[in-house]
Unconditional design. Structure first.
Length: 170
C-alpha cells in the first residue's frame, strides 16, 4: 500500500533527483506540496500521485527510460479531462455573463425607449405651448388694435363734441 504523501527527501529519491531540486520545483509551482510539522520542524510533503505523474512525464521526455504506456495514457487522459472541465466551466461562466449583459442591454434599451417617448411628449407639449402663446400674442395684438381704434374713435368723438360746443358758443 502506497502512502498518500511523501516527504521531500522521499519524493527526491522517487524522482532520482536531489532534494534541493524538488524544493525548487515546489517553490516554482511545478509540484504541489504542503508544509507540515516533521521531525526537523516544518517540512514539505508532496502528494504521491503528483510525484508519480511528474515521474511519468520525465520518463517520456528522456529517451531510453522505461515508460509504462498505460500510465502515460492515464496521465494524458486525466490532463485532457481536467482541461475539458476547465473549458466547460469557463464556457458556462461566459454564458452566464453574456445572459447578464444581454439583460442589462435589454433594460437599457427599454429605459432609452421610455426616455425617448417622454422627450417626444415634451416636444409635443412644447409645440402646443408655442401655438397657444402665438394665439395669445395674436389676440393681444388684435385687442390692442381694437383698443387703439376705440381710443381714436373716442378722441374723434370728443373732438367733434368740442367742435360742436365751440360752434354753439360762437
Amino acid at each position: 500500500m502506497s502512502r498518500p504523501w511523501l516527504s521531500l527527501t522521499d519524493a527526491a529519491d522517487e524522482l532520482e533527483v536531489a532534494p534541493r531540486t524538488v524544493r525548487r520545483w515546489v517553490q516554482a509551482g511545478k509540484l504541489p506540496a504542503e508544509l507540515r510539522p516533521g521531525s526537523h520542524g516544518m517540512q514539505y510533503y508532496l502528494p504521491t500521485d503528483a510525484v508519480r505523474e511528474l515521474q511519468t512525464v520525465r520518463d517520456v521526455e528522456q529517451p531510453g527510460r522505461r515508460v509504462e504506456i498505460d500510465r502515460v495514457v492515464e496521465l494524458v487522459s486525466g490532463y485532457l479531462e481536467a482541461r475539458e472541465r476547465t473549458f466547460q466551466e469557463e464556457q458556462d461562466r461566459l454564458r452566464d455573463e453574456l445572459r447578464m449583459v444581454r439583460g442589462q442591454l435589454q433594460q437599457a434599451f427599454a429605459d432609452l425607449t421610455r426616455a425617448q417617448q417622454a422627450l417626444w411628449q415634451q416636444c409635443q407639449d412644447l409645440a402646443q405651448t408655442q401655438r397657444t402663446m402665438q394665439r395669445l400674442g395674436d389676440d393681444l395684438t388684435a385687442t390692442r388694435a381694437r383698443a387703439r381704434g376705440t381710443r381714436d374713435e373716442r378722441r374723434k368723438h370728443q373732438a367733434e363734441v368740442l367742435d360742436a360746443g365751440d360752434e354753439d358758443t360762437a
